[in-house]
Design a protein around this ligand. Structure first.
Ligand code: GDP
Ligand code: MG
Length: 177
């Protein structure tokens, strides 16, 4: 088993402009763009990781601007091992959208899908409109890990994907046994 590569599919979901594409670009290419990223060429980008000798290949899927569940179509989220549900801490309505996505993803992918909920744009703390405690409590209640990030300052971004990968590895080990 040690030489096998774990291939995991991860989807990013959330309202438009919360920073999904920015998080992916910061994680994979270490760049940040202050304008809305409209041209993501590939439907997914890959990242290779080695965690305690376990090789992992992450296929990270971006929405390409299709933020509605039904607009995305089943190809997008089908066979996902994990999902990153993103809201913008300065955008009040982006958090309830996450709750809708949690329900949809659980329904579609089952209870085993690994979920991480991310409050992005922490560099704009002064403009916060989503209560942190509420977001943390909700995440715990639905069995998701909660993180805060700034894609702009590259804060917490790596932690999100690392925690999610660890959770997916745990899940894979559980399914093998
Ligand atoms: P998407 O629609 O969810 O993919 O969002 P984008 O990644 O295109 O980002 C939308 C806008 O928010 C862009 O103008 C980004 O530059 C900006 N943005 C993304 N992440 C951050 C962040 O952490 N801090 C700040 N201040 N702006 C961000
Ligand atoms: Mg985008």
């Amino acid at each position: 088993m040690a030489n096998n590569v774990h291939n995991f599919k991860v989807v990013l979901v959330g309202e438009g402009c919360v920073g999904k594409s920015s998080l992916i670009l910061q994680y994979i290419e270490n760049t940040f763009n202050s304008s809305h990223i409209t041209t993501v060429q590939a439907s997914f980008l890959t990242k290779k990781l080695n965690i305690d000798g376990q090789r992992v290949s992450l296929a990270i899927w971006d929405t390409a601007g299709q933020e509605q569940f039904h607009a995305l179509g089943p190809l997008y989220y089908r066979n996902s091992n994990g999902a990153v549900l993103v809201y913008d801490i300065t955008n009040e309505s982006s958090f309830p959208k996450v709750k809708v996505w949690v329900k949809e993803l659980r329904k579609m992918l089952g209870n085993d899908v690994c979920l991480v909920i991310v409050g992005n744009k922490t560099d704009l703390e002064k403009e916060r409109h989503v209560n942190l405690q509420e977001a943390e409590q909700y995440s715990e209640a639905v069995g998701a890990i909660h993180f805060q990030t700034s894609a702009k300052l590259n804060e917490g971004v790596e932690d999100v994907f690392l925690a999610l990968t660890n959770k997916m590895l745990e899940q894979a080990a559980k399914q093998r046994s």
